[in-house]
Design a protein around this ligand. Structure first.
Ligand SMILES: [Zn+2]
Length: 322
């Protein structure tokens, strides 16, 4: 086995490609290419290929020195066949990325979804390293999770286990992107928070956040953090509301699964300490004491590189752990 692998974090707004040390998870070098909305599939493929060539060039390495290539894509994937089935935020449907990249680079290519690969990184090098039964929960644009049982990721009967974003917390609640009502994601994701802030502003609530919002641009986590540090009441109110819902969801998961640890990551958790701390506090209040007495809480440790590191490690994980 070669010492280095390539990991690609294929998201809705960027392609982050890194050369990763297989033994330590360390990122040797990386490149980040922004992608625009409504881009064509061919353009995305070209950009992925370009990013691999760029990162090799920068590291002054030849593809023959690379062990494998892994991709974590934000969407539904067929991991065996290497097909990205449906990734609406990237603009890809039924794309056999494994076949395309294997032909281009003559290297074995592995595919997983974004949550799964971030969990692989946490299992091998992060907060899940010494744990057997734990759950990774990522709160950002959406809300996703990964169940690890006996050190192995559980995919479920159809590969969809861990969809914590779509557990229903209000049966008559807000419409979710999946078509159902009252899903956790419709209350606790960054998109949900953004919607609620705009709703309150339209009702005439004053907020410091209006100083940072740009028309037709998303409300980013950094804006929420800034408004919060300026003691903005509206932002605090809505973050409190979102963390209450998130805690309700996590508490139910703890009661049901009795994990030894909950590893929390994603933009909102990494970016806003207050949000993370309040969520933990409320979660502890809402669980059965007997179920939560053995549960530790931790933040995901690999931050923005978790996706790329985990993608690079898919081969290692699937060979030796699953
Ligand atoms: Zn849903």
């Amino acid at each position: 086995m070669n010492k280095y692998s390539i990991g690609i974090d294929l998201g809705g707004t960027k392609i982050l490609t890194a050369i990763v040390d297989n033994t330590t998870g360390e990122v040797l070098c990386y490149t980040k290419i922004k992608t625009k909305r409504n881009k064509s599939e061919e353009k995305i493929i070209r950009k992925i290929i370009k990013s691999i060539k760029e990162v090799l060039n920068e590291a002054q390495k030849d593809i023959s020195e690379i062990d494998s290539i892994g991709i974590g894509a934000a969407g539904q994937t067929n991991r065996e066949k290497g097909i990205i089935i449906n990734a609406p935020n990237i603009g890809i449907e039924n794309l056999n990325i494994k076949e395309i990249l294997e032909k281009e680079f003559n290297k074995t290519v592995f595919l997983g979804n974004d949550v799964e690969v971030a969990a692989v990184a946490e299992i091998l090098f992060g907060g899940g390293k010494d744990e057997k039964d734990f759950i990774c929960i990522f709160v950002g644009t959406g809300v996703g999770s990964c169940i690890v049982q006996d050190g192995k990721i559980r995919h479920g009967a159809t590969g969809n286990a861990g969809e914590i974003g779509h557990i229903i917390i209000e049966y008559n609640g807000r419409k979710c992107g999946c078509g159902a009502n009252g899903c956790l994601e419709a209350y606790a994701s960054r998109l949900a928070i953004e919607k609620r802030i705009i709703e309150e502003l339209n009702k005439g609530m004053k907020s410091d956040i209006t100083n940072y919002i740009k028309e037709n641009k998303p409300i980013k986590t950094a804006m929420l953090r800034k408004a919060l540090s300026n003691n903005d009441e509206t932002t605090r109110l809505i973050l409190d509301e979102a963390s209450s819902y998130l805690a309700t969801g996590i508490a139910s998961i703890i009661n049901f699964y009795n994990p030894s640890k909950i590893v929390l990551g994603g933009g909102l958790i990494n970016g806003i300490d207050y949000f993370y701390e309040r969520t933990i506090e409320l979660t502890k209040e809402r669980t059965l004491k007997i179920a939560s007495s053995g549960t530790k809480f931790d933040r995901a440790r690999l931050g923005d590189f978790a996706g790329a590191i985990g993608a690079a490690m898919i081969k290692e994980y699937r060979t030796n752990f699953s």
